[in-house]
Write a protein that binds this ligand. Structure first.
Ligand SMILES: [Zn+2]
Ligand SMILES: [Zn+2]
Length: 338
């Protein structure tokens, strides 16, 4: 495994956002201007609404029926395995590899991580990268796609509305972030593999539902097994991963501790650290966005980092980026800025 310190920023880059600072951390292709954006189509909004509203209803009904015997160990196993696979597709693939380029992956890893991430049903790869880079550049200011703080109105109702916006409401905003791909993610858009994964998004989503249905049908037998496999390994698995990821945007900008200066409200939240495969160490991440490791302390459990390290040990991943001890010390809250 090759571990490299973060490279120094070239001096001719435009200045990045407040003290997320250090251009090498935020991807260098950002710029400040907010380009005009188009409207999101009604069909996309309708599909998003279905993906948000239907799964919790399905979960409630499925739990009710599970009492009556409509549930098997196969379903539980598929839900858990599916949760880990698609969750880490997002954290290792969509997030740390494609968005932040925090390591280099061999072709099989890059494909698998991108496809597993797509199965989490959080939008095509290019859209996700664009949205997330915009979040880092504008974290908790008015152009952040999902801040629980920016534009918050007074009182408890203002607070609830802002939380709901950061958790899920932002998905229905009229900002067509896809039209900003050229601005925020031209490097990823130029990568044929990323483009192919992104384009075939509907296929990967479909696979995420069909595979557990087929396994359920084969193992538990017949249409009942297939249907329950689809529900538990597909719909409910998707619901759980959605809320784990969305909680990074909402919960992890509100509750938790702050170790490093990051210029925003990002927090380290141990519960989300575990549930979201290491992404809950979100203050660490905003302080050092290009770091492949989010749980920077030995006790900060980061399953995505453990997996990246294991892949590196067998040669499937290389050039891992980590912040140096000096930079970490310099950004610690309570330390004077050099
Ligand atoms: Zn954040
Ligand atoms: Zn990030």
């Amino acid at each position: 495994m090759t571990v490299t310190d973060l490279p120094k920023a070239p001096s001719n880059l435009p200045h990045a956002h407040h003290d997320i600072d250090e251009h090498d951390d935020v991807h260098v292709l950002y710029s400040h201007d907010h380009e005009p954006v188009g409207e999101v189509g009604n069909n996309v909004k309708l599909l998003t609404l279905i993906a948000v509203v239907v799964p919790p209803v399905v979960l409630a009904v499925a739990i009710w029926y599970a009492w009556g015997g409509y549930f098997s160990w196969t379903d539980l196993t598929m839900m858990i395995v599916g949760y880990f696979m698609t969750s880490m597709g997002i954290t290792i693939g969509y997030h740390r590899l494609y968005t932040h380029k925090s390591f280099e992956a061999s072709a099989p890893v890059a494909w698998a991580a991108g496809i597993c991430g797509s199965m989490a049903v959080q939008g095509p790869l290019l859209w996700w990268v664009t949205t997330h880079r915009r979040h880092h550049l504008h974290s908790d200011d008015i152009e952040d796609p999902h801040s629980p703080h920016a534009g918050r109105q007074k009182g408890i109702s203002g607070w609830i509305r802002s939380f709901a916006h950061s958790h899920v409401g932002w998905l229905f905003s009229n900002d067509d972030i896809a039209s900003s791909v050229k601005k925020y993610a031209p490097d990823v858009a130029a990568d044929p593999r990323a483009r192919a994964i992104s384009k075939l998004f509907p296929l990967w989503v479909l696979m995420g539902f069909i595979v557990p249905a087929v396994i359920g049908g084969l193992v538990d037998g017949g249409w009942k097994g297939a249907f329950l496999g689809f529900i538990w390994g597909g719909v409910i698995r998707m619901f759980l991963v959605h809320h784990a990821t969305w909680s990074i945007n909402s919960v992890c900008h509100i509750w938790g501790s702050r170790t490093y200066r990051s210029g925003d409200h990002s927090r380290n939240n141990p519960i989300m650290g575990i549930l979201a495969m290491g992404e809950g160490w979100h203050n660490n991440h905003h302080a050092f966005p290009a770091s492949a490791r989010h749980g920077l302390q030995w006790w900060q459990f980061d399953l995505s980092w453990i997996t990246i390290r294991s892949l590196a040990a067998v040669g499937l991943v290389k050039r891992i980026r980590l912040p140096g001890a000096e930079r970490m010390a310099a950004k610690r809250i309570g330390r004077a800025v050099a």
